[in-house]
Design a protein around this ligand. Structure first.
Ligand SMILES: [Zn+2]
Length: 80
């Protein structure tokens, strides 16, 4: 499991949620009918300043449809 350190506070960040789902809709926007994809990472939070990051994505992804309710929608073409 990855570890994260808050660069602002210099403390180790705490795990908030494993298998945090991020739905990448950019491919679906660029090429119509290309399915949105969902990636799973780990969400960490700094105990001092509450800064949050999602890291530790594996190589796996799942095609999905537009009805999937992900924890976060990311519209920046994760695959490029
Ligand atoms: Zn911090």
């Amino acid at each position: 499991m990855p570890r994260a350190i808050c660069a602002k506070c210099a403390v180790e960040m705490e795990i908030e949620k494993n298998d945090f789902s991020v739905k990448d809709v950019a491919m679906n926007t660029i090429w119509r009918n290309f399915p949105a994809t969902v990636w799973f990472g780990d969400k960490y939070k700094c105990p001092k300043c509450d800064w949050e990051v999602v890291i530790g994505f594996g190589s796996g992804m799942e095609d999905t449809d537009d009805t999937y309710k992900a924890d976060l929608v990311f519209d920046n073409n994760f695959v490029r």
